[in-house]
Write a protein that binds this ligand. Sequence first.
Ligand code: L34
Length: 284
Amino acid sequence: MAVIISGKEVSARVRSEVKAECEQLKSKGICPGLAVIIVGDDPASKVYVNNKKKACADVGFVSEEYALPAETTQEELLALVEKLNHRPEINGILCQLPLPKHLDEKAVINAISPMKDVDAFHPSNVGRIMIGDYHFLPCTPAGVMEMVHTAGIEVSGKNCVVIGRSNIVGKPMAMLLLHENGTVTICHSKTKNLKEICSNADILVAAVGKPKFVKGDMVKEGAVVLDVGINRDENGKLCGDVDFEEVEPKASYITPVPGGVGPMTIAMLMKNTLMAAKIQNNIE
Ligand code: L34
């Protein structure tokens, strides 16, 4: 029987902290502002962006949504980013990924001013994370770490296994675990004996993007299992990268999907936007 780490509860606490700090900033005449760009009509992206908008309203930020048609050109998108870079009342800029295929994600990420890059996807922010000298952490891995800290889980000296090596989750996730002195292994589609490596993990992070990929026989008794996936199963129901039914009885801690890492991603975005507003107004 595992302890279920509720992303709903932890994110509510983080958001209430952000809200309190936002009130203090407002008393100084500063109101954090976040611009969210979404291109096309991917239904999942729409849900996530809508959740971000609601979170902004909840903590007291101003948010602007730019819902652009799927046919938007690279030039139009870059022009919007450039305009937002220059607006002082906008502290954070986020372009929801994935973008339609004809658009160049890398170029868009590069165009966002690093100080407004609340996703921490810009190469200069990625480099800063690598050397441990950063302002922002990418929202999803930071959200996972926040859950780990809240549950009182010690990372130092533990065998940490991250399945998945994306720039957005897998790679920065491994780096954050390393910063806390975990012994980190990154697994991916070319990894041999994946099952054996996973079975040795004290802390297992699943960021594969495949429904119920992590089965009970891949998990050590008493392991901490952190599920970053959001997929739909054969019945169209939301599920993670972990087969919760099989894994939960073996784990000591586990995060659910939904109500796990997803809400944490949004809470950490609020935290980053608050930080961006403080830095841009020379507070702290
Ligand atoms: N630029 N693109 C950019 N930044 C990000 O941080 C993201 N991500 C990922 C996709 N693209 C991005 C998100 O926002 C994933 N993601 C995200 C955000 C919120 C939720 C899930 C993923 C979320 O709210 N999840 C809910 C369920 C939502 C539902 O009903 O479908 C949950 O409880 O997990």
